[in-house]
Design a protein around this ligand. Structure first.
Ligand code: 48H
Ligand code: FE2
Length: 260
């Protein structure tokens, strides 16, 4: 018989989780969304010794990457993003010149492991439902259990303080949406508000997602698909180089104060 007390297993899980969540309540950077852009941003920031917490509302990390294109679980990557595949040791094959393919499952697993091993704390099943703004700067997040939202339960949330927030929530650009809706915030976009995503055009969308990765409001950076939703870029379908490069750029903006 193995020596295992059931109640000790419960105590271990509850104590460790509490320790980790308490520790994360004051972070340098809070990343919202565990898709490809969020995982890459978390990786580079944690590697540079920033205290990083990432909240993902779903059970699984990976966002829209798992499903490849129309559930064919392969992704396409272009030349510009090959250094990121190397960085995360994601294997790839040449399809034709300038087009590379990778397993979406391997890619999500590698990005997740990379971020965690670099020191980012990832919490799944937690939804960001609001933001905190102090002195015209984003100062943190308001979080709740995803099942509270799903069950439409009236349970008040808790808060997390951070110097920066990165909106990596994908097509919905949820955090930027909240700040516009709740505060009437003027964003650093052409019209000062949410521009909305444009239709499919891979070449343009991929360029735009990197170019649109920027601090749109003091303390709030948009990355990945959210950057295009906020700043008005085309969607690009299942080519993922731009998502990876955007996450890297979001980290760089924070680390180097690159406000371009
Ligand atoms: C906590 C949240 C919340 C919230 C959402 O959609 P994602 O994969 O985002 P990106 O930008 O890293 O990658 C986009 C890519 O997957 C994609 O959709 C592409 C390339 N599309 C092209 C096209 O033409 O369609 O991940 C976002 C993550 C998800 O896991 C959400 O569950 C999570 O964010 N999330 N987490 N609190 N309020 N909102
Ligand atoms: Fe998508």
């Amino acid at each position: 018989m193995m020596h295992l007390e059931d109640v000790v297993i419960s105590k271990a899980i509850i104590s460790r989780y509490q320790e980790e969540l308490l520790e994360a309540l004051e972070s340098d950077v809070a990343v919202v969304g565990g898709g490809p852009s969020g995982l890459v941003a978390a990786y580079y920031l944690a590697r540079a010794n920033k205290k990083v917490v990432l909240f993902e509302r779903k059970l699984s990390i990976g966002g829209g990457m798992w499903g490849g294109g129309m559930m064919f679980n392969q992704i396409v990557i272009q030349d510009e993003a090959l250094p990121l595949l190397e960085e995360f040791k994601i294997s790839y094959r040449v399809f034709e010149e300038g087009y590379y393919t990778a397993s979406s499952v391997e890619a999500v697993a590698a990005l997740t492991l990379g971020a965690v091993r670099a020191g980012a704390k990832i919490f799944n099943l937690i939804s960001v439902e609001d933001i905190m703004v102090r002195d015209n700067r984003v100062a943190g997040l308001v979080i709740n259990w995803t099942p509270v939202d799903l069950g439409r339960l009236h349970v008040d949330p808790l808060t997390v303080q951070s110097s920066y927030v990165i909106d990596c929530t994908g097509h919905d650009a949820q955090v930027a949406g909240m700040i516009v809706k709740k505060m009437g915030a003027v964003l650093k976009t052409t019209t000062g508000t949410l521009e909305g995503e444009k239709p499919m055009w891979a070449a343009r969308g991929e360029m735009a997602t990197v170019a649109n990765t920027r601090e749109v409001y003091p303390g709030l950076i948009v990355a990945g698909m959210a950057a295009n939703a906020v700043c008005g870029g085309h969607r690009m379908g299942p080519v993922f180089g731009g998502m990876l490069l955007s996450g890297q750029r979001a980290a760089r903006i924070i680390l180097e104060g690159d406000k371009t």
